[in-house]
Design a protein around this ligand. Structure first.
Ligand SMILES: N[C@@H](CCC(=O)N[C@@H](CS)C(=O)NCC(=O)O)C(=O)O
Length: 200
């Protein structure tokens, strides 16, 4: 059986859990506590030398890391990853966008607020996260005004990558009131019959 090393509150880990549930693939969840330093232990670094979750352990003992890479591995051959090169590249485009322009701000603001309880020393960084996070949310809003999902009319792993932290952006102080298309898209994603919530 596949094994997922993760933290249930982590959006990056939730991406993997959500896709496994959508695909109906059985897996074992092995909790890792980042605040206790579990990701820096020698045993964990042997799985991912970069010391981060999620990590997916395959049945042959291979360890895969980087959430969006794991999504691409799991979705291969399924409806969640188009095979047509232009569409497939657009999926990657949104996943790279997520990692460079969205997650470092939306997820980090949430980390500062939810995990760390807003320490004074990180308030300036929190403000910067808000400016840049809103810039990313506007890019998503523009696309979702035009199409039901980020890549056309098909629910794909581009949506999973961006849903993970967008749907809990309020926990980082983001008000999604000005993003009606994002809110409608989040409802669409959550209405899939095999959908699973972050803490389910
Ligand atoms: N780019 C990585 C980011 C993973 C990441 O930042 N994971 C966090 C939890 S959300 C982590 O493991 N932090 C612990 C640490 O950096 O020591 C991915 O998408 O998988």
């Amino acid at each position: 059986m596949l094994k997922v090393y993760g933290d249930t509150r982590s959006g990056n880990c939730y991406k993997v859990k959500l896709l496994l549930n959508l695909l109906g693939i059985a897996y074992e969840w092995l909790p890792v506590d980042i605040l206790k330093g579990d990701t820096q232990s020698e045993a964990f670094l042997a799985k991912n030398p970069n010391g981060k979750i999620p990590v997916l352990e395959l049945e042959d003992g291979t360890y895969l890391w980087e959430s969006n890479a794991i999504l691409n591995f799991l979705a291969d051959g399924s409806a969640f990853l188009p095979s047509e090169p232009r569409l497939r590249t657009q999926v990657l485009q949104w996943q790279f966008f997520e990692q460079y322009s969205h997650e470092p701000y939306v997820a980090v603001a949430r980390f500062i607020q939810l995990y760390l309880g807003m320490p004074e020393a990180r308030r300036d960084e929190y403000q910067v996260c808000h400016v840049r996070g809103h810039k990313a949310l506007k890019v998503m809003e523009q696309q979702l005004q035009r199409t039901a999902y980020l890549v056309g009319e098909q629910y794909s792993i581009a949506d999973i990558a961006l849903y993970a932290y967008t749907h809990v952006a309020d926990q980082g102080g983001f008000d999604l009131g000005d993003y009606p298309a994002i809110r409608a898209w989040m409802d669409r994603v959550a209405s899939h019959p095999r959908h699973v919530g972050m803490l389910d």
